[in-house]
Write a protein that binds this ligand. Structure first.
Ligand code: NAD
Length: 317
């Protein structure tokens, strides 16, 4: 078995996946790639390659040179940032995925993970317990690119037998890095502000309910999906995945119950329009049935987990 290559390893999810994989398979079996250096000391334990994932030849070289057989292709421009540069977002969210699928088609990569998002859903999908199969008419370029990416994954699986696996992550909440331009960023910011006794101006409405998940759950789900036998994976577009759901008001109340009052004021901006078209909660029964998915953290558990993490002296490290 070859090495595990994380592309986009310097990002929010990449750093968490790096730590989990270093623990699981050993740092020497993990290769890290990103266009920028990785702001975490544990990155030094594994090989790092600075590479532009939109460059097909460079990506092929990295895979061959480092003998990678499993790839996690995490590179993307996120939802809120993406609206400022739609064509750049389309290019960044499509090209690295297509290069990865081509490498898998050619047999260099044997198992590929690529994340989708709840952003695939638009205003005509049911908002509560949004089902796996429903209308996918997103209103953001990020959502459009995720729908297209899901269809490409399914196409390469059906046509060429590529073993590609994907999850529709909700808003991901972790304490190790700063958010990267998503619509759910306020929730990560809320924990840091509460810990530092600072006020927060929230960019969403107080009652805007969204599906969310701890990074710990997201990384565990990703590794469980990747370890499942191929025949268990019935969905090759992307699996719905649910952690918990809450609105900004409820997060502030939950923090208050833990003795961390947060002064939150509301100034909804363009991100509220994006969030308003997304689901309130997700039905993930296929992921449960096919490969045994169960979230560990509800809102209370998420608050405990985040505050413990933020208080560790090495939280940002
Ligand atoms: P992020 O923005 O924190 O990280 C993306 C990484 O990609 C960055 O480190 C960036 O330097 C790197 N990158 C950008 N352009 C590159 C290029 N040309 N070549 C190589 N590297 C490049 O994003 P994230 O939050 O870690 O998200 C990772 C994945 O998960 C994305 O596909 C995203 O769509 C998906 N996702 C994230 C969330 C969330 O809440 N964070 C929710 C749903 C889905």
């Amino acid at each position: 078995m070859g090495k595990h290559l994380i592309v986009g390893a310097a990002g929010q999810l990449g750093i968490e996946l790096m730590l989990a994989l270093q623990d699981k398979v050993g740092p020497e079996q993990v290769v890290l790639a990103d266009i920028r250096p990785i702001p975490h000391p544990s990155a030094a334990k594994s090989e790092f390659v600075q590479v532009d994932a939109t460059d097909a030849d460079a990506m092929k070289h990295v895979v061959e040179r480092h003998e990678a057989s499993t790839m996690y292709m995490l590179v993307a421009m996120l939802s809120a940032k993406g609206e400022a540069a739609p064509l750049d977002t389309w290019a960044l969210n499509m090209q690295p995925l297509l290069h990865a699928l081509e490498l898998a088609k050619g047999g260099l990569i044997q198992r590929l993970f690529w994340p989708s998002s709840i952003a695939v859903f638009g205003p005509d999908a049911p908002k509560r317990m949004t089902p796996q199969t429903t209308a996918l008419n997103p209103t953001t370029v990020y959502g459009v690119s995720k729908v297209a990416g899901e269809l490409w994954c399914n196409y390469y699986h059906e046509k060429y037998g590529v073993d590609v696996r994907s999850l529709r992550y909700p808003g991901l909440i972790g304490f190790r890095s700063q958010p990267g331009g998503g619509t759910t960023d306020y929730a990560v910011e809320a924990f840091h502000c509460a810990a530092q006794n600072q006020a927060l101006t929230c960019h969403l409405d107080a009652q805007e309910r969204l599906p969310m998940m701890s990074m710990e759950d997201a990384v565990r789900g990703t590794l469980e999906l990747m370890e499942a036998p191929s025949e268990a994976i019935k969905i090759r577009t992307s699996y719905n995945l649910h952690g918990c759901d809450f609105c900004p008001d409820e997060l502030a109340e939950a923090l208050d119950r833990k003795g961390l009052p947060l002064a939150m004021t509301y100034a909804p901006d363009h991100r509220q329009a994006i969030a308003g078209n997304w689901p309130d909660s997700i039905d993930d029964k296929e992921a449960r049935k096919d490969w045994g998915w169960r979230a560990n953290h509800d809102l209370e558990g998420l608050v405990d987990h985040m505050m413990n993490g933020i208080r560790q002296p090495t939280a940002g490290a």
